[in-house]
Design a protein around this ligand. Structure first.
Ligand code: PMP
Ligand code: GLN
Length: 386
């Protein structure tokens, strides 16, 4: 195994989902829904399969999907992209982020990101030969995560190539505010860097969030330097489909496409038309989707608090994080490895998403993208910890 990959073992999601299967625990670890996405989308995929849309789609993705991606971003975020040249379909957001890093970073270039960070970021930065410059998010007194603006300023320098920003943020559930994004935008312009934004949770911002979802690309001076990434997995409850996309200035999209053609070339032929159908669903689909997840967040957050956890605010995403200190937990990894045998539940230690391990040592992430009865069962098991 090459040196640059040696630090990366089996992903925490693989380890913890295997543990859930082995022990029969309720899996609130890996974030995947336990119900299917919209019926119209599933029917469209079945139709596409049966009508022979099973060969290689075009490299940038089929035209109807690129048009739907552009139209969706216009409808919800007021962003304007040309489906021909400013949108590329990828094998999930994961490939879009990886191809962006591989296509934009020279060896030794620096990538500013916020920690805890989604696990593929560190590996993809390493594959690109780049260096990560994490800025730590810390829980404030009100339970929301914040960063120190001076730390962010200090992370930028002459070698900064891009900032990789995930909002709504996994695993914290943080939604970056207008002021926070304005500082990111100011620094990107001062240091003349790109931004790659991972917005896979764009439709999961809850009504009590301090801020709505604000794409960085919508800030003054940012459209021309931002590559915006999202995917169907979360918004349409089809994480196994791996249909994602990147949109941005033609030069950035073309950098992604240059790399992507040698990673997967293309993917998901019969799924692409189905995702185009889903993106065009009426606003009511997206409203109901958010409301359903907000109810699950509330149910799990209350249950965790009742079970004795310190529960941090989740303004968005599939996830809520807890501090295990109140339950006597000292180390999240140890806590999560023994949780299935102690009470039959699987969770994710947030610590694995930090370079500054101490900052995340006692934080544990629970996924609430599950049916209410599953959350009820998980909570009743967790209550036995007290
Ligand atoms: N980014 C974030 C922040 C995620 O949580 C995930 C995982 N669901 C992904 C990217 C991966 O998305 P995809 O499955 O579309 O590759
Ligand atoms: N994004 C999912 C999560 O954070 C996991 C995806 C994966 O297993 N790679 O739970």
């Amino acid at each position: 195994l090459v040196q640059r990959m040696r630090a990366f073992g089996t992903t925490i999601f693989t380890e913890m989902s295997a543990l859930a299967v082995r022990t029969g625990a309720v899996n609130l670890g890996q974030g995947f829904p336990d119900t299917d996405g919209p019926a119209e989308m599933l029917a469209a995929a079945a139709d596409a399969l049966r009508s022979g849309q099973n060969q290689y789609p075009p490299l940038p993705g089929i035209a109807p999907l690129r048009a739907a991606v552009a139209e969706h971003q216009r409808r919800f975020w007021g962003l304007s992209y040309d489906p021909d040249g400013e949108v590329v379909v990828t094998a999930g957001a994961t490939e879009a982020v990886a191809a962006a890093l591989l296509g934009l970073c020279e060896a030794g270039d620096e990538v500013v990101c916020f920690e805890p960070y989604y696990d593929s970021y560190a590996a993809s930065i390493a594959l690109a030969g780049a260096v990560r410059r994490p800025v730590t998010l810390r829980p404030a007194a009100d339970g929301r995560y914040v960063f120190d603006p001076d730390e962010l300023r200090a992370a930028f320098g002459p070698r900064t190539r891009l900032v990789l920003l995930n909002s709504p943020h996994n695993p914290t559930g943080k939604v970056f505010t207008a002021d926070e994004l304005a500082l990111v935008a100011e620094l990107c312009q001062e240091y003349d860097t790109y931004a790659v934004t991972d917005e896979v949770y764009e439709h999961l911002v809850y009504t009590d969030s301090a801020t709505p979802h604000l794409p960085l690309a919508g800030l003054p001076g940012m459209a021309e330097r931002t590559l915006r990434v999202s995917s169907a997995g979360k918004t349409f409850s089809c994480t196994g489909w791996k249909v994602g996309w990147a949109s941005g200035p033609a030069a950035l999209v073309s950098a992604v496409q240059r790399v992507k053609q040698f990673l997967t070339f293309v993917n998901g032929a019969p799924l692409q038309p189905a995702v185009a159908v889903a993106l065009a669903l009426p606003d009511s689909y997206f409203d109901n989707f958010r409301a359903a997840h907000q109810a699950r967040r509330d149910q799990l957050s209350a249950g965790l608090a009742d079970a004795g956890f310190d529960v941090l605010a989740a303004e968005g995403t599939y996830f809520v994080t807890t501090d295990i200190s109140a339950l006597g937990g000292r180390d999240g990894i140890e806590f999560c490895r023994t949780l299935p045998e102690r009470c039959g539940v699987v969770a994710i230690p947030s610590q694995v998403f930090y370079d500054d391990v101490d900052a995340g040592r006692r934080l544990v992430r629970f996924a609430f993208c599950k049916r209410p009865e599953v959350l009820t069962e998980a909570v009743s098991r967790l209550r036995t910890l007290r």
